[in-house]
Ligand binder design. Structure first.
Ligand code: SD4
Length: 294
């Protein structure tokens, strides 16, 4: 490991062992926090066994696989793409929107044309396995998000590099069998992801509609700015949703956060959520405390 001013740390949503390890390794080799987060989440984007991120992601109810992603760096720059078809590495594409255009977000066809121009590889994202599951789903065509299973495995990642700078990325295929055109929290800066390098960063997973309503990741960073620990800030953000929505038992909302000191936290409504944390060269799974105990 290179000698560094700060210990590199990577955290991410869910038990994405390889993705978090890839980010940790990248940080240890001296990569910036933003690039390490993109390298990390790309592991899930490319893993066709993951049916909620990237290639192999479940389609919308009409059979289109559409991806959403966002990135944010230590300078407060951000980029996002929504409803992207046929390109796997949408977090890297979101970075290109940030660095190569005067905009923050590109959608659908415009984002795809931009991807093409930037040299991203065009691919079929709808895999045999997702097609099989989709055909099964079509038999009833019932839309019912299942807590913690397949509908909720977005990867949101926050990294701190050797300079102590914090950046992040968030990438998803969104809710399985969503309405055509539906976009969740993951590509919305402040909802699925927010970074303020003076304070820290946060990322979300779960029912995007609820996360957007409370601008959850921004809320967590602001709570940390006002002195809360990452853990307390994640808990308060989840509690805001619980207090406002009596239907909270029917969906999952989960957050991970890290502050400038490298302290981390996570919290969720339903048990079963976990956070990965890479620190001191060790990648650990942390079972997150939940509001509902069973
Ligand atoms: C969304 N937050 O699109 C995402 C869903 C999710 O794993 O977390 N999926 O609402």
């Amino acid at each position: 490991m290179k000698s560094m001013k700060y210990d590199p740390i990577a955290i991410c949503t869910w038990g994405f062992v390889s993705a978090n390890a890839a980010a940790g390794k990248a940080l240890a080799s001296g990569m910036t926090a933003l690039d390490a987060a993109i390298v990390g989440v790309a592991v899930e984007e490319e893993d066709i066994r993951n049916t909620t991120v990237g290639k192999g992601g479940a389609p919308d109810r009409e059979g289109n696989v559409t991806l959403d992603a966002s990135v944010m760096d230590q300078y407060g720059n951000c980029g996002a793409v929504v409803c992207v078809e046929n390109y796997t590495n949408v977090a890297a594409l979101a970075k290109k929107v940030m660095t190569e255009t005067p905009h923050v977000m590109l959608a659908g066809e415009g984002a795809q044309e931009f991807a093409e121009k930037q040299g991203f590889k065009k691919e079929e994202l709808f895999t045999e396995n997702s097609k099989k599951e989709y055909r099964e789903w079509l038999k009833t065509a019932e839309y019912k998000p299942i807590i913690n299973i397949e509908n909720h495995d977005t990867i949101g990642m926050i990294c701190r590099d050797g300079n102590g700078d914090i950046s992040g990325a968030c990438t998803t295929s969104g809710l399985s069998y969503k309405m055509k055109g539906r976009v969740g929290d993951s590509p919305i800066i402040g909802a699925g992801l927010f970074i303020d390098n003076e304070v820290g960063g946060a990322a979300a997973t779960g029912m995007g509609e609820e996360i957007m309503k409370s601008v959850g990741s921004f809320l967590i960073v602001e709570l940390m700015r006002n002195g809360m620990s990452p853990q307390d800030a994640c808990e308060e953000a989840v509690m805001r949703t619980i207090r406002k929505n009596p239907g909270f038992k029917d969906f999952q909302v989960a957050y991970v956060a890290m502050n400038k000191k490298g302290e981390t936290g996570s919290y969720c409504i339903h048990k079963g959520f976990a956070m990965m944390e890479y620190r001191d060269g060790v990648n650990s799974r942390i079972d997150t405390a939940s509001y509902l105990k069973d």
